[in-house]
Each structure stands twice: as structure tokens, then as C-alpha cells.
Design a protein around this ligand. Structure first.
Ligand SMILES: C[S@@+](CC[C@H](N)C(=O)[O-])C[C@H]1O[C@@H](n2cnc3c(N)ncnc32)[C@H](O)[C@@H]1O
Length: 241
């Protein structure tokens, strides 16, 4: 535990029963990349090789964006935080190449040459924040956070003053916080929360650029479903000032 008062978490920690391959990955492979309370946040040692840049993805879901970004940026270290165990297990299938029904090898390894730049925090990211030093992170992704659209649930929305304060602290100057959402209520909420926070400025240059995927974007299943169902995502990049 990093915080004395454990914050209440309202989402799901477990979904469908985790099948054989995924539960083996969680038991046998996750510990090799998992961040624990003892982990030392040093850029020389946190990843398999020293890194200059660190990106943090909060609530990585099934891990497609995290795995894709890590593959596209092999020199950057990635910290992925996800509380939903089925999602963590899915990320492990992406980076090891092991699928349900495969014969499990005696020693599970990463797909050759891939994704050795990811460390995983498999719990609520709010319990990790205090462990991350100031100015440690270059980019933070909060992609399609749970919208909690009902007014009485607004305090559960992840983009809120307490979390923004921590994100501002761990981000370097000029670092980027990227928030994507396909939800009307969450879009308005995020724009208002961010406008009120003097630590960030919105990088949008024209009326439309935030309606298009950024050039370094990696699509996820969640996003494809939103588009199929007629919801248009927005991509909000904020610079730490
Ligand atoms: C709607 S899903 C989106 C998943 C993914 N970002 C995507 O775009 O496909 C939101 C995810 O955030 C995770 N999440 C919510 N609050 C979190 C927290 N405090 N710490 C870590 N993960 C969190 C949830 O478990 C869920 O998987």
C-alpha cells in the first residue's frame, strides 16, 4: 500500500472467468514485469535498459494501445496501469503471443524482440501515484475513461482535480496529457476540468484537429466499437506548463 487511505474504486476488478492460458500468464509471467511497492523508480533500472523517456497509460483496458505504442517507441519506457485483471491478462497475451489453446511453454517469454519496455501496475493507479517521482513522465494517456454519465456519479470520473494534481506533478514541463473520449458528457466535463486547471494548456490549433486521431495514435477495440455505434471520439492533448 502506498497511501494510508485506500481510495474507493467503483469499476470492475474481474470479469468472466479467466481461462487457462491467461491465468498462467498472470501467475507465471506478470511477476516478471509487474511493479510492486518495492520497485525503484529509476530510469536506469526500471526497464530492461536505461530510458530517457517514460510514458504512462492509465486504464489500458485490453492493452492494444499500450502494446502498440511500446512497439512503435522501443527506446521509451512504458508504465501501464490497469485494475481489471482480464485486461491485464489480455495485454500479456499480446506481448507474449500466447493464445488460449496454445501449448504453454515451460518458460514464458516475450515475443522475440518485442515489448521489453513495458512495466505493469495491476491495481488502481491512485495507489501508484505517490511512488512516481516529480517530473518523471513525458506523456500520460487516459483513453476512453469510464464516463460515469449520471450526475450523481460525477465524483467517480477519473479526470478530476485530485488526479490532475498528481498527473501535473509527475509530468515533465511540456509533457503531454492525452485524454480521449467518445462520450458527450465526458467530453464537456473534461474540457471544463482542464480549462480550470492552470497547470495545463490545450494544444488544439484549429477547431477540428482534436476530432481526428493524433499521428501517433493506436486504435483499440473499444474505440472501434464506439465508431461502429455512431459515437465520434475526440482526442484532447494538454501540455504541462
Ligand atoms: C472504458 S475502459 C477503456 C480501456 C482502454 N483505455 C481502451 O481505450 O480500450 C476504462 C478502463 O480504465 C480502467 N480504470 C478505471 N479507473 C482506473 C484506475 N483508477 N486505475 C487503473 N485503471 C483504471 C478500467 O478498469 C477500464 O479497464
Amino acid at each position: 500500500m502506498f497511501l494510508s487511505d485506500k481510495p474507493k474504486f467503483f469499476g470492475r476488478r474481474k470479469g468472466r472467468t479467466i481461462r487457462k492460458a491467461k491465468s498462467t500468464l498472470l501467475e507465471a509471467f506478470l511477476p516478471t514485469i509487474k511493479i510492486t511497492p518495492e520497485t525503484n523508480f529509476n530510469k536506469q533500472t526500471l526497464f530492461v535498459r536505461p530510458v530517457e523517456k517514460v510514458f504512462l497509460e492509465i486504464g489500458f483496458g485490453n492493452g492494444e494501445h499500450l502494446a502498440g505504442q511500446a512497439l512503435n517507441n522501443p527506446e521509451t519506457g512504458f508504465i501501464g496501469a490497469e485494475v481489471f485483471q482480464n485486461g491485464v491478462a489480455n495485454l500479456l497475451t499480446l506481448i507474449t503471443g500466447i493464445k488460449e489453446g496454445d501449448n504453454l511453454p515451460e518458460k514464458i517469454t516475450l515475443l522475440p524482440g518485442r515489448n521489453d519496455n513495458i512495466r505493469v501496475w495491476d491495481d488502481d493507479v491512485r495507489l501508484l501515484f505517490s511512488k512516481i517521482p516529480d517530473n518523471f513522465v513525458d506523456k500520460v494517456f487516459v483513453l476512453f475513461p469510464d464516463p460515469w454519465p449520471k450526475k450523481r456519479h460525477a465524483s467517480r470520473r477519473f479526470i478530476n482535480p485530485d488526479n490532475l494534481k498528481e498527473i501535473a506533478r509527475i509530468l515533465k514541463k511540456d509533457g503531454i496529457l492525452r485524454v480521449a473520449t467518445d462520450h458527450k458528457v465526458y467530453k464537456g466535463w473534461t474540457l471544463r476540468q482542464m480549462a480550470a486547471d492552470k497547470n495545463f494548456v490545450w494544444t488544439a490549433k484549429c477547431g477540428n484537429d482534436w476530432k481526428h486521431e493524433p499521428s501517433d495514435w493506436v486504435q483499440t477495440k473499444y474505440q472501434r466499437k464506439a465508431i461502429r455505434e455512431g459515437r465520434r471520439p475526440v482526442f484532447l492533448d494538454y501540455k504541462r506548463v
